[in-house]
Design a protein around this ligand. Sequence first.
Ligand SMILES: *Cc1c(COP(=O)(O)O)cnc(C)c1O
Length: 232
Amino acid sequence: MTNDLQNRLENIKQKIQRSASDCARDPKQITLIAVSKTYPTSDIQTLFECGQQHFGENYVQEWLQKLENLRHLPIQWHFIGPIQSNKIKHIASNAYWVHSVNSLKTAQKLSQHRPATLPDLNICIQINISGETSKQGIRPEDTLHLCGEIQKLPHLNLRGLMCIAQETTDQKILTEQFTQMQSLLHQLQTPYPCMDTLSMGMSSDLELAIAHGATHVRVGSAIFGIRKPKNS
Ligand SMILES: *Cc1c(COP(=O)(O)O)cnc(C)c1O
């Protein structure tokens, strides 16, 4: 079991290295986030012992339970799930990054609840790049305005954009969406040079995301194995 996890982690790391060198990028510019939602604390512990430091979680309740048992480890937690306003306090006080900010109200509450004793919270704005109604995120054309507002808030560090590309194997559609993300970030970097992050690419599309400038890939099932469906 431990070996399987370790092997899959190594495979993904190699994949990232290959994808980076294929497009002449430095693999050090790409951070692997192991997305541990629905997987047990023991798997996180095992991967941490193999050198993995960045983990992503989606569900606050589940995450808090895991945190209880992992407090002793210096894990860097990325919150990547939908943000409910009654859970914001927990997110603001335990996350190192939040990738799924999609409104000013959410950003304001994160700012308000971020403990001043902690470093500023790194923020990505989630973009609904596929335009599917089922998807979280804001429209690309609304991003510039939201960036301006978030920039004014204390205790937050506006870092970039996040997306979940359409669930398809059609490389043309994926390429189009990742290209749009890349050019959107590029446009925003003129007024907001602090934005240096593109959080995109998952188990099935990380190579293409890296080819289009991804700096953070969020990989779950390709490391942990098939995820059981969650009913909440
Ligand atoms: C679950 C999830 C992932 C990981 O997905 P896999 O396909 O298992 O790699 C990445 N990002 C977000 C936002 C997720 O919810």
